[in-house]
Design a binder for this molecule. Structure first.
Ligand code: XMP
Length: 326
């Protein structure tokens, strides 16, 4: 039997009732698989790893060791949300690693996008491995694999930057979501009590803001991309766009342009806004964002984000543009 094939008898999980039944079934299966041994999970705060965490907390409580690596390239408020939801509300065994300085040092002066991705991926594994070695008695590794990852790897997960753990750290896998589609994962996440902000989150690349701060990352531009992204997200949420648009974010290129601020000449960065819709990320169309809203966001970003004097909107579908800028 191919144990990577979704059973034909499995109903589509569309209701809370079906999600509750799935959770009960998986809790029992996980308990049976791991017994009283410890399970390690890299918890990014993305939908899949968060749902796995919540499910395993239900099954094995503190025997799940969650490791949240803050690589300094997360969006505003994300690491705080992971700590609040999992440590404070769900009482999880959570190891929070602030590795921002380490990542930024490794990335210093590196401008080539694929090189940046490799550095971020390799450093992530190194930090995760170090934390794993500090833990006694880990016997399993949990992963947020979902069914589309098994069926085919589209461009979202094809960019798998994270390599593997070394040979002496090979654990048996626990993958409770491996037969679920994304919409089902969200229904299960809601049933597990995760906040909407986590369950309905837009996709966010592993290298995070690192590929949205174009070229060699600098701390000031990284801060500006984080702050402008937070403003964009806040305004999209206020205007009912956050549930409608597939992916939206800001990008900061590594050049400046001339502007005028408070009657004085300024020489500062532009912010690029990207808002796209797609089914599978292979092609994408641009969201028709109301002009008045774009003007309002522009006014906020240029007033509130340090070092920015200009905002532009990316009108390019995929192809010819990719969704990300690098
Ligand atoms: P592109 O830019 O290739 O993006 O049109 C397609 C989708 O993939 C995401 N993306 C990534 N995801 N690691 C990831 O985990 C990456 O290095 C990466 N690069 C792009 C992108 O956000 C979009 O959803």
């Amino acid at each position: 039997m191919n144990n990577n094939k979704r059973p034909e008898s499995m109903a589509r999980i569309e209701t809370k009732q079906l999600a509750d039944a799935f959770i009960a079934e998986q809790v029992a299966a996980v308990k049976e698989q791991v017994g009283d041994k410890k399970v390690l999970l890299a918890l990014s705060g993305g939908v899949d790893s968060s749902v796995v965490a919540a499910l395993l907390i239900n099954a094995i409580g503190k025997n799940l060791v969650c490791v949240h690596v803050n690589h300094g390239l997360l969006r505003k408020g994300e690491p705080e949300q992971v700590v609040e939801v999992f440590r404070d509300q769900m009482n999880a065994n959570l190891v929070y690693v602030d590795a921002a300085e380490r990542f930024l040092k490794k990335l210093e002066g590196v401008a080539e996008p694929e090189k940046k991705r490799k550095i971020i991926g390799a450093e992530f594994i190194r930090v995760f491995e170090e934390e794993a070695r500090k833990q006694d008695g880990i016997a399993f590794l949990a992963q947020g694999t979902i069914y589309p990852d098994i069926l085919e790897s589209g461009p979202v997960k094809a960019h798998h930057n994270v390599g593997g753990l070394p040979d002496d750290m090979q654990f048996e896998l626990v993958e409770p979501l491996k037969f679920l589609y994304k919409d089902e994962v969200r229904v299960v996440g809601k049933a597990l009590g995760l906040p909407d902000g986590m369950v309905y989150r837009q996709p966010f690349p592993g290298p995070g803001l690192g590929v949205r701060c174009l070229g060699a990352i600098t701390r000031d531009r990284l801060e500006a991309v984080r702050e402008s992204d937070a403003i964009l997200r806040e305004e999209f949420a206020k205007n009912g766009l956050s549930g409608k648009v597939w992916q939206y974010f800001t990008v900061i290129p590594d050049f400046k342009s001339v502007g005028v601020k408070g009657g004085l000449r300024s020489f500062e960065w532009p912010v690029i806004i990207r808002a796209v819709n797609t089914r599978d990320a292979m092609t994408a169309t641009v969201e028709d964002v109301p002009f008045a809203l774009l003007q309002h966001i522009t006014a906020r970003i240029t007033a509130e984000v340090k070092g920015v004097n200009r905002v532009v909107f990316d009108l390019t579908p995929k192809p010819t543009g990719t969704i990300e800028w690098e």
